[in-house]
Design a protein around this ligand. Sequence first.
Ligand code: GUN
Length: 293
Amino acid sequence: MGAVILDGKKLAAEMRADIAAKVAELKRDFGITPGLGVILVGANPASISYVTAKEKACTEAGMYSEDIRLPEEASQDDVVAIVRRMNLDPKIHGILVQLPLPKGIDESAVIGAISPEKDVDGFTPENVGRMVIGEQSFLPCTPHGVIKLLERAGVETSGRHVVVVGRSNIVGKPVAQLLMRKTPGCNATVTVCHTGTPDLSVFTRQADILVVAAGHPNTVTADMVKPGVAVIDVGVNRIPDPTRSRGYRLSGDVDFDAVSKIASVITPVPGGVGPMTITMLLYNTLASAQRSK
Ligand code: GUN
């Protein structure tokens, strides 16, 4: 029997309707419109498409969005100056600097300039530290979206073995941290694998839940998983495809066709984790605006 396909688009639409209703209430009762400042440097095609989708989602939820696009040659000082201006702007409740930044710009310096109170990506050292020690913080959007998807699918995490493939600051490290927290919807035993793991399949075969954020298609194939595993595929890879008008198709990091025959649940790409990332960004921006009452 094939896996249940976890529909991230559907869950995202439901959550966004709820967020939009709360945005309308905040406007009506307090005259506050949640605002997101988005900074994109350079012309990375994937980043352009993510940022465009984030801004569209903001507008659809009734939020204000300020979109700053800088050329590839912009300096670190240029970017930091915009971040500092947004830190002080009362119309902006959340700041997002799209990563990766072009070479020559120190990401830590730029992220470090974001006020932790407006860090809706949850990337500043203050928010990462608070998340790790279990204090109130903005949770990073993709990991938070993964947890919401598991919850929606009714996948038990407590006491189960989660194997995370990938150790990025954006997904691998924080999703591992969240899933090991002693809170409902988490409390898992977590193993993190990465490019230094000699035989990935030794670990992936032990997984009850597999979260794959490796950044390469077919990182996980059917021979690498046990029957009944729940698979969350965070990868978004552009595969050249001349039959498509845009010249490529999207694929995750997991061999979906083969693994979906063995897994109990699996997220598709596109339409799985991606829409949830944007939704959790809206969620954090709303929360930040609510705190400004
Ligand atoms: N690049 C890839 N994912 C993300 C994300 O969630 N936030 C930001 N700011 N950049 C990203």
